[in-house]
Ligand binder design. Sequence first.
Ligand code: ADP
Ligand code: MG
Length: 240
Amino acid sequence: MTEHIITPAENVFFRMRKIVKQYYLGDEVMTVLRDVDLDVQEGEYLSVLGPSGSGKSTLMNIIGCLDLPTSGEYILHGQEVEALDEKELARLRSREIGFIFQNSQMLQRMDAMQNVELPLIYAGVRPRERARRAEEMLVKVGLADRLHHYPNQLSGGQQQRVAIARALVTRPTLLLADEPTGALDQATGRQIMQLFRELNEDGHTIIMITHDVNIARNARRVVNIIDGVLTEAEGEVNFA
Ligand code: ADP
Ligand code: MG
């Protein structure tokens, strides 16, 4: 692994150069990401804004090391991602990245605490420490009085908060969220956006994917993606 370590510039979280993603369907080649260049600094709050089918989730999967690009360079925390094997990728993911997927769901037969403790079990954290950290995270997302509620006893917004707590409990450096408010009513969506802002102020790097310009505006920096082409948003982004 050592020979692939590249000295990163100060505070660079990751760097992408000319990232291309293609899918092969029979004889047809479908290009989903086209020469994407993207640099993200530690502590940034970035939104990727684009319509349905523009390549957002594909990009998120590559950023999160769940998928590899067809070509291009991706360096995450000084590490050339392409050079890593499955085991190293899994370790990088569990150490660095918290995921909130488009349809993040709680596991049905577990209460809020058990859902949030799950990634800590995989990380080999001992029971008492697991419980302490899960409770701390649930308090942080505003669910102090719902620790032992099951999914069917929680609203959609509360379940989304549990998913956020679960993504953050391992203390990832990067939070990757794909349409985190997509399934929520506006008021709950606003609360989640407030929570993201607080998390960013606490030092978490956040990348939020959305098709909604009003949601994107919550981030400090917005990039647009259309038909697999990524561009920096023009003009002032007025985050309230
Ligand atoms: P978004 O998240 O912006 O809606 P996606 O990244 O999910 O877009 O998809 C971008 C395009 O890539 C879509 O046209 C989709 O059909 C296609 N696509 C995504 N995943 C695959 C796959 N595994 N195989 C073939 N095509 C795919
Ligand atoms: Mg998507």
